[in-house]
Write a protein of this length. Structure first.
Ligand code: GLP
Length: 233
């Protein structure tokens, strides 16, 4: 793994943007995108740039079960507001958290991933080391599935909701196997609350107890961290 240390999330967003720009200049056509507060500075760089994404396809990591695009807290809504409304893409995919048949929706999403191999996968990381919504215990060869969110994740994400009871307890998430198929992976982490997960991901054993440690098995991973997130390395 290549580790890039930055002063703050703004500088991290600029670094990640340079990687995407460079990738696109070298033929990247499909971006794997993430939600959460971490990639916001990257999306700001993308939307304020003069780059054209209208030939690009995006495939997002995950969506809450029960939320649709018109729900303010859905990841589809987040992506539209933070990026796609300002910079149109050719096609954008986010799992359907409101599908009547979720298992079928997971299979369809795997088909989408297969048809659009990801050139650059953007990732954040959960405090417990989750990537996408692959919580501890998720298999490293996993495909898209419906997952139960852990208490740690529900608590970490409750800041986006009025009250903790409103946080969905399930999500549809791309699996770790599909994430590892991305040609290049760029993971960003900022702040002290991510330090333990960053340590486990980089220095710890490769174990499903620490989902992000699966990235040690990939040969093109760039980790962008601020001082606080890197403080336990
Ligand atoms: C959620 C998302 C992850 C994200 C994580 C960290 O659980 N499913 O993709 O990496 O939160 O979020 P944040 O960037 O807000 O710390």
């Amino acid at each position: 793994m290549e580790i890039i240390r930055v002063k703050n999330a703004e500088e991290g967003g600029k670094k990640a943007f340079e990687i995407i720009k460079n990738g696109m200049e070298n033929g990247a056509k499909v971006l794997g995108l993430a939600t959460g507060s971490t990639p916001i500075t990257l999306y700001k760089e993308m939307t304020s740039s003069d780059m054209d994404f209208s030939n690009m396809t995006s495939v997002n990591l995950d969506e809450y079960v029960g939320l649709g695009g018109s729900d303010d807290q859905s990841y589809r809504h987040f992506m539209n507001v933070e990026l796609f409304d300002k910079k149109p893409f050719k096609e954008t995919f986010v799992p359907d958290g409101k599908a009547a048949d979720l298992d079928q929706a997971c299979q369809s999403y795997d088909q989408i991933i297969e048809e659009h191999p990801i050139d650059i996968q953007i990732l954040g990381i959960g405090q417990n080391g989750h990537i996408g919504f692959n919580e501890p215990g998720a298999p490293f060869d996993g495909k898209t599935s419906v997952v139960d969110l852990t208490e740690s994740t529900i608590n970490a994400n409750k800041r986006f909701f009025d009250k903790v009871e409103d946080v969905p307890t399930k999500a549809v998430s791309m699996g770790i196997g599909s994430i590892l198929n991305g040609k290049k992976i760029v993971l960003m982490a900022y702040g002290e609350s991510k330090a333990e997960a960053i340590k486990g991901m980089i220095n710890g054993p490769v174990t499903t107890d620490m989902p992000a440690s699966a990235l040690q098995n990939h040969d093109d991973v760039i980790v962008i961290v601020d001082e606080a997130a890197a403080s336990k390395l």
